[in-house]
Design a protein around this ligand. Structure first.
Ligand code: UFG
Length: 330
């Protein structure tokens, strides 16, 4: 029996593959390497370079590797890009999952874990946000993920599939041993930008909005360490293996740090100052996003280990320094 990971060469996918392999779980990856890196995979993990929407490929891999569960990461994740090109997002996220599910149903794969996002909530009425909060995505990215959640629910009901939907909050950090991390070119995430500034790759960074009605005026996010998130996928897999019912779970820690606090944490761990410019609000930003974690807490056997902001910042920084050294040596 093995687990098929689509998008396993990407940021969150590769950390999950590493965790699976370290747990002794046989793992096989499909990735089209559009944003992923084959070098992010541990040695010996079979990689099929292709699209998760390619039903022939998926069915072949399921049969050849005796796949009993699918963890589906493959997709597009950039909110502003989804505004410019929504059809690409409905194709890469919604339609791809439709094909993948069709292959899973045909091949009788019963367990499915899906990467969703807190973006499905849009602007929440309530903080922390529970899973039962209204879903009103503000971007085609969020809509494409929400449509997939709905499709998954219908497929599960019709064909007896079981799923766990994980709605990720702000994923950050890197493998604690700096073996892998975020390599995406041009990533816009706060911690990535901050560690680029801390390593001298940017002359300065900006804080988008310091006039929000929050304690320090900047936005607040529930940053979750990518290695803890990877472990949540293993816990979800165990839950389904033990016959758990289909469920949708927020994946965060239930606490928030402001943008300014996050930048301070990076400054502390790197021991250097870097220029930070206070800028106007960024269009479409939500003021505060914090997960209500009650449901994941009572559903999965999952104990986060890296919730300290400084730990997340330190791991992101260590990885960025390694990436920089590798680039300079090349
Ligand atoms: N920010 C800055 N300066 C920067 C980058 C970001 O001040 O250079 C601020 C943003 O304005 C925002 C906060 O840092 O207030 C977090 O921004 P990110 O871009 O890191 O993350 P978002 O919260 O906008 O988006 C993330 C994921 C999305 C997901 C969303 C769900 O990137 O994929 O969370 O809430 F949909």
């Amino acid at each position: 029996m093995s687990v098929l990971v689509t998008g396993g060469a990407g940021y969150i996918g590769s950390h999950t593959v590493l965790a699976l392999v370290e747990a002794g779980i046989r793992t096989v990856v499909i990735d089209n390497l559009s944003t992923g890196f084959s070098t992010a995979l541990p040695e010996g993990v079979p990689l099929f370079i292709g699209d998760a929407a390619d039903e022939n490929l998926v069915e072949g891999v399921i049969a050849a590797h005796d796949v009993s569960a699918i963890i589906h990461f493959a997709g597009s994740v950039v909110v502003p890009e989804s505004m410019r090109d929504p059809l690409a997002y409905y194709r890469n996220n919604t339609m791809t999952t439709r094909n993948l599910l069709n292959a899973a149903v045909k091949c009788n794969v019963k367990n499915f874990i899906f990467s969703s996002t807190a973006a499905v909530y849009g602007n929440p009425d309530q903080i922390p946000v529970p899973e039962i909060a209204p879903t009103r995505p503000l971007s085609p990215y969020g809509s494409s993920k929400l449509m997939t959640e709905i499709m998954l629910h219908d497929v599960a009901t019709a064909y007896g599939l079981n799923y766990v939907v994980l709605r990720y909050f702000n994923v950050a950090g890197a493998d604690p041993q700096a073996r892998i991390g975020l390599q995406t070119v041009g990533a816009t995430h706060l911690l990535k930008i901050a560690v680029e500034a801390a390593t001298g790759q940017r002359a300065k960074m900006e804080v988008f909005g310091t006039d929000y009605p929050t304690p320090d005026g900047s936005c607040i996010r529930d940053f979750i360490h990518v290695t803890d998130l990877a472990q949540a996928h293993l816990a979800a897999l165990a839950y389904l293996d033990q016959g758990g019912d289909s469920v949708t779970l927020n994946c965060g820690y239930g606490r928030g740090y402001s943008v300014l606090e996050t930048i301070e944490a990076v400054r502390r761990v790197c021991g250097r100052q870097f220029a930070v410019q206070m800028s106007p609000r960024r269009n479409g930003d939500i003021m505060t996003m914090i997960a209500d974690t009650a449901r994941i807490g009572r559903t999965l056997d999952w104990t986060p280990r890296y919730a300290e902001l400084e730990t997340i910042a330190a791991h992101a920084l260590a990885w960025e320094e390694k990436l920089l050294q590798a680039r300079e040596a090349a």
